[in-house]
Each structure stands twice: as structure tokens, then as C-alpha cells.
Design a protein around this ligand. Structure first.
Ligand code: ADP
Length: 698
């Protein structure tokens, strides 16, 4: 298969300052949780994108000064030579694969929490941070301005020494340079405040100083949010005015929208933003510059990419999330392997895992973040030592599908993936029917296509297997991926008991599956949705039912509705959306009893409440479908009699978790299934400082 000639334009090289990009695919800076703290993960993760064909690969934000210490978040840093040494590993590995390495030097100014350094944050004016209003910065004196500029130059010089080809003067997302530019942050009356010219001064002087220091050897990139989509930055007019003012100093414009507080509108989740959404604003940057432009918009469609580059709107297709979901996206387009592109689903698990968990992961790409610590490659699979066996995978949800694909690629003689339902996909068959979550179906679609390609894997649907059927199936290895179900009696994390009256066999009590798969609806128009989980299911059901004309109250025991979705940047937009749909949201509240006609409960302060309702949807917690596995595992003699060597379980059948973990679990078992104890994950490399003295005292 060869590529469509329309996509040739994506493979033309491009000059940026003193450097040449080999094609038009640019992996923009994004957080990982690795920073300079996990140099191995950093280097191996970024290098995988270089190997996959991206022309440039960047670090995440890398503060230049001690008073931009991002803790409790993890950033890269370039404060000293040890930071340099750690990041140099990334440069070496990225260069090995022919890509350029970029570093996003920055200072987050008044948003720097500085938990570790204990230094005050600094900003143009003493105004509480809109990102964290608990934080009040020092208003910078002229000496502070000079110092930060010098820090930036020092960090740029170290970046060049480390091997970086592209050096950023990053101000987007309302970091320090943009804080100076924006009247929302800048109330100064000196030469750095007031007129546009004065507000732009700090940023321009900094770019100029960095350019003077390293501009002959490195490309100078500026990343800016050209439209804040809120108060915390500049609007498009001033955004473009800044591009014009700084254009003579810049080799590459890296443009996006939003701010640190409105990050949700930059890394837009698919629930609210469609592919290409940023072009409305960043598509206008060309009006202000003839220099190369890179933009992002969760682009995965090669036709759309080619159109953007051909039309001259941008010169480069930038990507963070699509490059995580498929580091080999450029190479797959180049070679015309379109059906293999693992498209980003816009669920933003990468963000929640890197920001909150300090280690990036991905729903679509189970190997993301595992390149160094587990040695996994997204496209390469070792032949299994026990590949001469047949494997039966019971359950074709996300975990079972992933497991079967990896087993197939590892060369097992025969892999049978069997599911009770007529369609593969497991709980994703209905989750993707919740309002706004349609793009998540890419999880199932991509896997279905790959399974079709594997001659040694057979998918059998419409067949529910009992323990006896499994034993007699004829496979030597059995993997149970039977998933999980929502509790039908309201067992929950508050009382650890069922909720009195929560009986889903009655007409007025409903589980999520009953609503989505059986079409069950409450006997009247008033419904309470009770949420114990705090993520997407209860909120999605509330929206669905409200869309059908029901009067919905969403009660959650969390401090706010869909709290977990805050980590994926969906929470605030989702709560606003539910509010706009007329759904009442009652947080910090527990439904303690359900009866025909309503519920009784109490709030976090112990105040009692009663709600009238014709029906109650209970989304308190899920329970693993572990019966089949336990029955099989309990009778070793029966397994032996049928020459079954091993029975494993994976995914939600082990413990109900987010989709990314179910898929990871299926992938992991298949990668390690020829090890000594495949049921237990092999230890992964940990990156931490080990003191020699501490060792000798141990
Ligand atoms: P996960 O998220 O772990 O992949 P899911 O709940 O999405 O789990 O999928 C589990 C799948 O397993 C469902 O499609 C279900 O139909 C299937 N399944 C469960 N038990 C059996 C069984 N005994 N025989 C065949 N398929 C089963």
C-alpha cells in the first residue's frame, strides 16, 4: 500500500532558523510527569515519537528559575548542570532517530506554587493567581525582571549544550511573558505596563536576549495563546499584534488558545471539541506572519492535515495527544498504512495521569509511558516462548480485545476471542452511546480492524461460555476478561452496604446497564441519578435522560459532580453544560434510602433531605464479573484433566477501573504471558536517586 499523493505535502522539509525539519509533523511540548525527575522515561518516551517519524519532539514546560518551581506538579527544569545532563539523554535519543529536539523554556510567574523551593512566586503585579487564588505573587522589581531574563539566557545556553535544536520563549497559557502582555495580570505603571508596547516589552526583551545568545545555533520558537477565550490573557486582536511585534525575532510560531485556567479549551476533550476546533482562532495567525506556524487541534485525519498545510494556514501539524496515542502516526501516513493509525479519542487520560499521577499513560496506546520502565515498543512484539499453545480469551471488551491483539502479534498458534454478545466492545458498546462520548468508540473500532488482520486470531460473538465450556474448549491457556457490572443494590463507598430499597428488579430502581442496554426508564418523569463514582457514567446518564425530557436531579457523594472529570479537564465544562440543560446538581450528599416515590438522604453536614422522584438510577460502584474465573481457578484437577496450563484474568474482571487501566492490563498480560508468573506484573524500572551511603547502611 502506498500513500495518497495528496499527503505528499506533509513530507516536505521545512527550514526554521538554522535548523531543518524533515517533514511537517511536529510533536509539541506537553506534560508527562517525567520532567527532569525521570530522565529515562522522558528520553525513551520522546524518542519513540522521533522513531515514529515526527520531525521535532519537545519537552514539557521547563522553568528557567528557582522561583518557578511547579511542585506539586512535575515539570522539566533547566536550573543547573544536572538538569542539563538529564535532558541531554533525551536529545541524544531523539537525534538517533533523525528528529530535532525542542525545549519549552518558561517561567510561570504568578502561578508558580513553589511548594518545594519555598520561594515567593513573582508576577508583573501583586494580584492573586486566577489558577489558584490562594497564591499571591510578589510584584516584580526591575531587578527581578533582569534576573529572570538572565536565567532564561543561561537556561538557553545550557539547552544548546544539552543538544536542543529548538529553544522556546514560552509565554502561552498565561505564563510570565503573557502575564506581562495581558492587562488582566499587568497593572504596572512603569515601562513594563500600560500601553501595548510597554506590556510587550518583557517578552520582546527576553526573546531578543535568548536569540542573541543561541540564535545562530538554535531555532527560536515562541509559543503563545493567541486568544485566551476568557479574561486570562489577550484576545485575538492583541494576540496577532504581538505576533507582528515579535516576528523579526522568531523562527517558529507555536500557537494555541486558552490559558492556564482555561486549559480545558486548549486540550479540548472530545466530549466538547471536535477535531480541528482551534483553527477558528489559530487559523488566523497567518494574517500576522510569513514565518513557519505550528498549531494543534487533536488532528488525526491526514486529509485534513494536508489541506491545512497546502492552504498555507499552518506550515506544520502539531500534536500532543495524537502523538501519544500513536507515536508512529507520521510513518503510518508516509507508508499509506492508514488503517493502522491509533487515533486519539480525546478522553484526556494522558492529562489526568501526568498531572495527578505524575506518570503519563494513554487509553488508546497501552505502551505510552512504558517505553523505558517496561521496555515496551508500540509496534514491536517479541515472539512468545509458549507461542505453540492455543489461547482462549473470554470477553471482548477493551481488555480482552487488546490482549488478543498482542497475543496474535506475539505469534500464538491460535487465539480465540469469544464474547456472549453479538458485538465486540464490552461496556464500550454502551458507554460510547452516552452524550458526547462517541469518539471513544475509536477504542473498539481500531481494535476490531487490527483483529481482522491477524490470521491467527478468531473472534467469535454470541457465545456465552460457562466453566465447563471453557474447560472443554481445547485451549491450553485461558484468559478471562469478563468485565464488570454496576451494583444493582447500591453498595457504595460510604456505608459499604447496599442502600435500603435499592433493588434494581423493581420498576423505580435502575442500573446504568438497564438504562443503556435494556431501555428501562423510570415509571414517571422525575428521576434522581445517584453517583458514587464521580466520573462520566452518572453525569452521562443524567444528560441522556434530561435530553429525553425527564426532570433530573443528579446527587453525588463527591464534593462536586464529576469530580474525577476535573482531572481530564472536562469537569467545569461538564457541570456548566448539565446546569444549562436544567439538571439540578446536589453535591456532598448521600442517598441513604430509596422508596417508591423518592429518596431520603443527608448532606456532608448531616442535614437530612428528601426528594420526590418516580425513579432512581443508582451508579454507586461497579463489581467485577469474577465468578467464571474463580470457578475455573478453584478446580485445578479439572483444569489439568483438560490439559489447561493456566487461567488468568484481566481488566475490569480483576477490579473495575478506568478504561486505560483495563486496556493496559490486557496488554501487560499478553506481553508477559511467557514469563514465570504472568499473573503478577513484572517489576518495572523505577527512577530515583539512590545514595551510596544509604545503601551501605541498609
Ligand atoms: P473490560 O473493560 O475489562 O474489557 P468489559 O465489561 O468491557 O470488560 O467487557 C467484558 C466482556 O466480557 C463483555 O462484552 C461480556 O459480554 C463478556 N463476557 C462476560 N462473561 C462472559 C462469558 N461467560 N462468556 C463470553 N463472554 C463473556
Amino acid at each position: 500500500m502506498s500513500r495518497d499523493p495528496r499527503h505528499d505535502v506533509l513530507f516536505e522539509p521545512l527550514q526554521i532558523g538554522p535548523k531543518t525539519l524533515r517533514n511537517r509533523f511536529y510533536a509539541v511540548p506537553h506534560c508527562t510527569g517525567y520532567g527532569t525527575e525521570k530522565p529515562g522515561s522522558q528520553a525513551w518516551f520522546r524518542a519513540m515519537k522521533a522513531e515514529g517519524g515526527w520531525a521535532a519532539v519537545c519537552t514539557e514546560y521547563a522553568p528557567v528559575s528557582w522561583d518557578s518551581d511547579e511542585s506539586p506538579y512535575v515539570s522539566a527544569r533547566l536550573w543547573d548542570d544536572e538538569d542539563l545532563a538529564n535532558l541531554a539523554v533525551m536529545c541524544e535519543r531523539v537525534h538517533e532517530h533523525g528528529a530535532l529536539a525542542g525545549i519549552e523554556l518558561t517561567h510561570s510567574g504568578g502561578h508558580a506554587i513553589n511548594r518545594q523551593s519555598r520561594l515567593p512566586s513573582v508576577g508583573p503585579s501583586q494580584l492573586a493567581s486566577d489558577y489558584d487564588p490562594h497564591l499571591v505573587p510578589k510584584a516584580m522589581e526591575l531587578a527581578d525582571i533582569r534576573r529572570v531574563r538572565e536565567d532564561w539566557v543561561r537556561a538557553a545556553t545550557r539547552s544548546r549544550e544539552a543538544g536542543f535544536d529548538i529553544v522556546y520563549v514560552y509565554g502561552g497559557h498565561s505564563y510570565l511573558p503573557l502575564q506581562f502582555l495581558s492587562p488582566f495580570y499587568n497593572r504596572r505603571t512603569d515601562a513594563y505596563g500600560g500601553s501595548f508596547e510597554n506590556r510587550a516589552r518583557f517578552w520582546l526583551e527576553t526573546i531578543e536576549a535568548v536569540r542573541e545568545a543561541v540564535g545562530d545555533d538554535c531555532a527560536i520558537a515562541v509559543r503563545t495563546c493567541v486568544e485566551a477565550l476568557g479574561p486570562a490573557g489577550v484576545d485575538l486582536d492583541e494576540g496577532l499584534e504581538f505576533v507582528r511585534a515579535a516576528d523579526h525575532l522568531v523562527d517558529l510560531w507555536d500557537v494555541n488558545v486558552g490559558s492556564i485556567a482555561e486549559w480545558s479549551k486548549d486540550s479540548g476533550a472530545s466530549r466538547f471539541f471536535k477535531e480541528g476546533y482551534q483553527l477558528e482562532w489559530t487559523g488566523r495567525v497567518r494574517e500576522a506572519t510569513a514565518k513557519p506556524i505550528v498549531g494543534v487541534a487533536r488532528l488525526t485525519n491526514p486529509d485534513r492535515m494536508a489541506e491545512i498545510v497546502s492552504s498555507g494556514v499552518w506550515d506544520l501539524i502539531g500534536a500532543a495527544r495524537p502523538s501519544i496515542a500513536d507515536p508512529f502516526l507520521p510513518r503510518k501516513i508516509e507508508e499509506g498504512r492508514y488503517g493502522e493509525i491509533r487515533e486519539c479519542i480525546g478522553i484526556n487520560t494522558c492529562i489526568s495521569k501526568s498531572e495527578t499521577g505524575h506518570h503519563l499513560g494513554c487509553t488508546q496506546n497501552a505502551t505510552a509511558g512504558e517505553e523505558y520502565r517496561r521496555g515496551w515498543h508500540p509496534e514491536l512484539f517479541e515472539p512468545a516462548a509458549n507461542a505453540d499453545r492455543d489461547v482462549l480469551v473470554v470477553g471482548a471488551g477493551p481488555a480482552g480485545m487488546e490482549c488478543a491483539i498482542v497475543l496474535g502479534k506475539r505469534g500464538f498458534r491460535r487465539v480465540h476471542l469469544v464474547d456472549a454478545e453479538a458485538e465486540v466492545g464490552g461496556h464500550f458498546r454502551w458507554v460510547t452511546q452516552l452524550p458526547g462520548l462517541g469518539e471513544w468508540a475509536r477504542v473498539v473500532n481500531w481494535r476490531r480492524i487490527q483483529l481482522d488482520k491477524l490470521a491467527n486470531v478468531e473472534v467469535i460473538t454470541g457465545s456465552r461460555l460457562q466453566a465447563k465450556d471453557v474447560r472443554e474448549y481445547g485451549a491450553e491457556i485461558v484468559v478471562v476478561a469478563a468485565g464488570a457490572r454496576w451494583s444493582s443494590d447500591g453498595v457504595n463507598g460510604v456505608t459499604h452496604d447496599p442502600i435500603p430499597g435499592a433493588d434494581a428488579s423493581q420498576a423505580h430502581v435502575l442500573t446504568p446497564e438497564q438504562v443503556m442496554l435494556e431501555g428501562k426508564r423510570p415509571p414517571g418523569s422525575r428521576v434522581v441519578v445517584f453517583d458514587g463514582e464521580g466520573y462520566f457514567v452518572a453525569a452521562g446518564l443524567a444528560e441522556l435522560l434530561a435530553g429525553e425530557g425527564l426532570d433530573v436531579e443528579l446527587v453525588t457523594l463527591h464534593e462536586r459532580v464529576a469530580r474525577v472529570a476535573d482531572e481530564s479537564l472536562e469537569g467545569p465544562l461538564l457541570r456548566q453544560h448539565l446546569h444549562d440543560l436544567g439538571i439540578r446538581q446536589r453535591s456532598g450528599s448521600f442517598v441513604a434510602e430509596i422508596h417508591e416515590g423518592g429518596v431520603r438522604g443527608h448532606d456532608e453536614h448531616g442535614e437530612q433531605f428528601e426528594l420526590e422522584a418516580d425513579g432512581v438510577v443508582i451508579a454507586t460502584q461497579r463489581l467485577s464479573n469474577e465468578e467464571l474465573y474463580l470457578e475455573l481457578a478453584a478446580d485445578e484437577d479439572a483444569l489439568r484433566a483438560e490439559q489447561i496450563e493456566a487461567v488468568y484474568r484481566i481488566g475490569d474482571c480483576v477490579a473495575p477501573r478506568i478504561p486505560a487501566e483495563a486496556i493496559f492490563d490486557g496488554h501487560r498480560l499478553a506481553r508477559e504471558i511467557d514469563g514465570e508468573k504472568p499473573a503478577l506484573a513484572l517489576p518495572a524500572k523505577r527512577e530515583r536517586l539512590v545514595l551510596e551511603r544509604a545503601r551501605s547502611h541498609a
